[in-house]
Design a protein around this ligand. Sequence first.
Ligand code: GYE
Length: 327
Amino acid sequence: MVRVKMMAAAAMTGLLAVSALAGCGDKDAAGGSDDGKLVMGFSQVGAESGWRTANTNDIKAAAPAAGIELKFSDAQGKQENQISAIRGFITQKVDVIAFSPVVTSGWDAVLKEAKDADIPVILTDRAVDSQDTSLYKTFLGSDFVKEGKEAGDWLVKDSAGKTGPINVVELQGTTGAAPAIDRQKGFAEAIAANPNIKIVKSQTGDFKRADGKTVMEQFLQSTPKIDVLYAHNDDMGLGAIEAIEAAGKVPGKDIKIITVDAVKDGMTALAAGKINYIVECSPLLGTQLMELAKKVHAGESVEQRILTQETTFTQEQAKAALPDRKY
Ligand code: GYE
């Protein structure tokens, strides 16, 4: 009787084990899905900007083109959603986890969980501040300090020979996000070359158009003389343009505007003379990301840091580039 019971229990355990496996992303012994496809869990920041939409579309198109099954999760701008999405991917035993961390800090615990589960992690677009770099395989994305520096360099050149103070207001990206921290830093370093250039106000607009507009309205009310707006992305710059026009000023002339991203809407405003200069940040990371996923899954070594190729645009260059702009 006891023996029968034990056998029944063993059979049940066996069944449970099988169903547990089947529930785990239908993995085969090699870690792929049943149909041999590599499975990637991807946690996206949200849909805060035109850049983000272009990035999401590119990743969603690149996965099937590379024969990769994509499990896509939108965190709606919240770190806790990203952490639970990553935990979900670990439970599902995906082959590779990729994510664009909304902020830089607070990832060590969940990255450790992925490492313990033997699931390689790829950072895409934004960095984390984890000291232990073995927690992820690589970081694919732009050099945001360089972007900020290029924005500042343009202003230094543009202000050459001008006397008197040049008052700059700054619309920062999401507080604590790598591109906000680094674009602020690079810009500040570059404008130090001209002591006339001063940042008189600096506040977050969360990379969103609506926030760019409301914060610019406040800047306009509180600051009598604004010469330049530096916005960490096109969307905030475009929102600010609405506020500037509503205040009866001419964007691009009364207030010069520098932004980062070079998405179509930004480039259109640049070509129309409402923005003065845009530093490009490419959202088209999908194809490279899928190639990296295949490599890390195969156990091949990859570079710890992979930089995106980027350029800058003046108003004339924007006019020439617009017809072929992909995003
Ligand atoms: O510049 C901004 C987006 O992380 C590089 O996030 C990205 C930034 C991009 O919301 O528009």
